[in-house]
Design a binder for this molecule. Structure first.
Ligand code: KIV
Length: 295
C-alpha cells in the first residue's frame, strides 16, 4: 500500500525518500506469508538500471539466467556461469532496497550433488547479498532443496517449462497438456503436479510455474500452501513474473504469454537513428553541449 502511494506521489519526494529508507527489504518469509493474499509482483532484473526501475514496484526481483539470452545473445541459458550470475546479482542487490532479490542457480552449478549445490548457493548468497536462490526442477531436485533450506538458504523452485532442460524437453512449448486432461491421476510420478508436491514438501518457500496449461497451473496453485508465481501459467497463481525487457517491449521476439506493457523498442530505435543522423550531419554536438575555457 505504502509503496503504491510512493509511486503515485513523486512530488512529495523528500517524504518519499525518508519513508522509503525506513521500509525493510522483503524476505523469503514475507513472500511465503503472502499465499492467498495480495498478488506478488515479480520481474527479472539483470543490472543496476533495471533493478532501480523495477524495485519500487516489485516484491521480487529475479536475477534470471535468461540474462544469457537477453543480454548476451546466447541460444540457451546453458552457457551462463556462476561467475556471471554473481556479477549481475551483486549489481541488482546494490541498486535495490525493497524487493527480495532471488538469483538463479545456473546450469552445472547444482546438479552433481547437494554438496555442490550448497557450495554454489553459498557463494551466490555471500558474494551478492541476495535473499534467496532459484533452482529449476521438481522431484529430482527435491533432496537438494531440502539440503539447502536446512542450511539456511531459502529456495524458490521452478517447475513446468525449465529452460535449462531444453535439450531433453525438445522445445519451448506449453507443458502438462496430457496431465491436465486427466487431473485425477496427475500426481503420478513424472508429472508436473508430483514436481510441485515434491518441491513444496522439500521446503521451497515459493515456486515458479512456467508455461503450464492453465487448468493444471490453477489446480497446483490451489493445492499448494506455498505461493506460486506464474509465467504463462494461470491468473490463479499467487503472483506473476515476466522478463523486464520483454514486458517493456524492448526485445524483438517473445513467447506467447508475454504481454507488452510498454513499447520501448521503436522509441529507442528512433532515438538512436536521430543521434546517428545528427552526428553525420554535424548538428550534434552543439556549442551548448561543449566545455568552454573559463576566463
Ligand atoms: O531466468 C528467468 O528469467 C526465469 C523466469 C522466466 C522465471 O527463470
Amino acid at each position: 500500500m505504502v509503496r503504491r502511494w510512493l509511486a503515485f506521489h513523486p512530488q512529495r519526494w523528500e517524504r518519499v525518500v525518508s519513508i522509503h529508507a525506513s521500509i525493510k527489504r522483503r524476505t523469503a518469509a514475507d513472500v511465503r506469508a503472502a499465499k492467498g493474499g495480495e498478488k506478488l509482483v515479480a520481474l527479472t532484473a539483470y543490472h543496476a538500471l533495471g533493478a532501480s526501475l523495477a524495485d519500487p514496484h516489485c516484491d521480487i526481483l529475479l536475477v534470471g539466467d535468461s540474462l544469457g539470452n537477453v543480454l548476451y545473445g546466447f541460444e540457451s541459458t546453458l552457457p551462463v556461469t556462476l561467475e556471471l550470475m554473481i556479477a549481475h546479482g551483486r549489481a541488482v542487490v546494490a541498486a535495490s532496497s525493497y524487493a527480495l532479490v532471488v538469483v538463479d542457480m545456473p546450469f552445472e552449478s547444482y546438479e552433481q550433488s547437494k554438496e555442490q549445490a550448497f557450495a554454489s548457493a553459498a557463494r551466490i548468497m555471500k558474494e551478492t547479498g541476495c535473499g534467496a536462490v532459484k533452482i529449476e526442477g521438481g522431484v529430482h531436485v527435491a533432496e537438494t532443496i531440502a539440503f539447502l533450506t536446512a542450511r539456511g538458504i531459502p529456495v524458490v523452485a521452478h517447475i513446468g517449462l525449465t529452460p535449462q532442460s531444453i535439450h531433453t524437453l525438445g522445445s519451448f512449448r506449453a507443458q502438462g497438456r496430457a496431465e491436465a486432461a486427466n487431473l485425477v491421476r496427475s500426481n503420478a510420478p513424472g508429472s508436473i503436479e508430483a514436481d510441485a508436491d515434491a518441491v513444496a514438501a522439500a521446503g521451497a518457500f515459493s515456486v515458479v510455474i512456467e508455461a503450464v496449461v492453465e487448468p493444471l497451473a490453477r489446480h497446483i496453485s490451489d493445492k499448494l500452501t506455498i505461493p506460486t508465481i506464474g509465467i504463462g501459467a494461470s491468473a490463479a497463481c499467487d503472483g506473476q513474473i515476466l522478463v523486464l525487457e520483454d514486458m517493456l517491449g524492448m526485445t524483438e521476439r517473445t513467447a506467447r504469454f508475454v504481454e507488452r506493457f510498454a513499447n520501448l523498442r521503436p522509441a529507442m530505435d528512433a532515438g538512436i537513428a536521430a543521434f546517428s543522423s545528427a552526428v553525420r550531419s554535424g548538428s550534434f554536438p552543439t556549442q551548448d553541449s561543449l566545455y568552454g575555457v573559463k576566463a
